[in-house]
Design a protein around this ligand. Structure first.
Ligand code: SAM
Length: 360
């Protein structure tokens, strides 16, 4: 069979030729500042979560990026420094599975001096091995994805036959290394793991009494174009909150900061809090301050983007920091995305960039 390539690469445009960045406040066409940077450090993953990297597409014939195409740690660190200079205060390393990238703690070590809040999203499968080194390198926080505590459900969802117990070990290792509270992300898909909502709440609220870990429920989204998304499969966050509240009394909590994507709820008996992320039913585009840097160095201004801007060509073409900064600023200033506010069944069919490539 021929190699499979999802044609994301052809969807990369040259970065706009940029006027000199004047040093003023950087805002997009809707007045949103650029505060967060998500960096995808690899497009590879050891899981094949059915809603993210379905095995039928990401199989043995799928063509992942070759090593020379992906940004080196030095290139990432240089760009990250420019982003911080433009106002970014939070950097999240993601992928793919970021801990598959060799020597990731070394990248953390290179980014830590920038002073941004440095975080990582991982499937937790190798955290036992890496948690301490990540802490020592200067990582501030960790989010672990865990969609079910029921082993059979989890193995089916990750489609790699990976057991829950090993992820729980990873979360414990992260806590021991000093990352508590860990955020636990659970993507909820109707008929697949929604029967686990209350069980997960129960488990993490009692575990939370010791470690204070925070469970967050994420609505199943129409990212990419391979996951067969249908609105019927989405469990609205309001329903998640209602189901949990039937078992444990909840009260709303004020956001930590403007633009926080998770809506927070606390258990009235003091057993910690949960979050719900409602990208589908309550779009938060209005406050979205995220820029994404793909594994091969393209800029994406929205998780649901159909094309990116090629920063790597400038970088490898010998551009000075000023020119890179002008280009990044120009991409942000042209940004007008608000996909989740205009989503329909029709837009869901558009050929969007895969999440494993631009970073979740
Ligand atoms: N491999 C890492 C992990 O598992 O956390 C980082 C990358 S993963 C793409 C980042 C997050 O995106 C995970 O929590 C994953 O569950 C979530 N995700 C992926 N596809 C999604 C979808 N279609 N809807 C909602 N969340 C999704």
């Amino acid at each position: 069979m021929a190699d499979k390539v999802i044609p994301i690469h052809s969807a990369i445009r040259a970065a706009p030729s940029a006027p000199r960045y004047d040093g003023g406040a950087l805002a997009d066409t809707r007045g949103r500042p650029m505060r967060d940077l998500r960096i995808s450090v690899t497009d590879r993953c050891n899981f094949r979560c059915t809603y993210c990297m379905p095995r039928e597409v990401f199989d043995a014939n799928y063509k992942f990026l070759p090593h020379e195409a992906i940004l080196s740690f030095e290139e990432i660190a240089r760009l990250a420094g420019i982003f911080v200079g433009l106002g970014v205060t939070k950097i999240r390393l993601t992928g793919g599975e970021p801990l598959l990238r060799k020597a990731l703690p070394r990248l953390v070590e290179m980014l830590a001096p920038l002073g941004a809040d440095l975080t990582l999203t991982t499937n937790g499968s190798t955290l036992v091995k890496h948690a301490q080194a990540l802490k020592d390198a200067g990582l501030n926080r960790i989010t672990v994805s865990l969609d079910s505590l029921d082993d059979a459900t989890f193995r089916a969802m990750n489609d790699a036959d990976f057991p829950v117990a090993k992820v729980l070990d990873g979360i414990a290792a992260a806590a021991n290394a000093g990352f508590a509270p860990v955020k636990i992300n659970m993507v909820v898909k109707r008929g697949v793991n929604d029967h686990q909502i209350v069980d997960a709440a129960r488990y993490w609220r009692s575990a939370g009494r010791g470690g204070g870990h925070i469970l967050r429920f994420i609505e199943f989204m129409d990212v990419g174009s391979t996951n067969g998304w249908r609105m019927d499969d989405v469990i609205p966050s309001a329903e998640v909150v209602r189901r949990i509240a039937e078992a444990f009394a909840l009260a709303p909590v004020e956001p930590n900061y403007t633009g926080e994507v998770a809506e927070r709820w606390r258990y009235q008996d003091g057993a910690g809090e949960i979050g719900v992320i409602s990208s589908v039913t309550q779009a938060f585009c209005r406050d979205c301050s995220r820029m994404r840097l793909s594994t091969e160095g393209s800029l994406y201004t929205c998780l649901f983007a159909q094309h990116g801007h090629d920063l790597k060509a400038l970088l490898r073409g010998g551009a000075a920091d000023d020119a890179l900064r002008d280009s990044i600023a120009a991409v942000w200033r042209q940004r007008d995305d608000r996909y989740s506010e205009v989503r329909t069944a029709e837009t869901a069919k558009l050929r969007k960039v895969e999440m494993s490539y631009i970073g979740g």
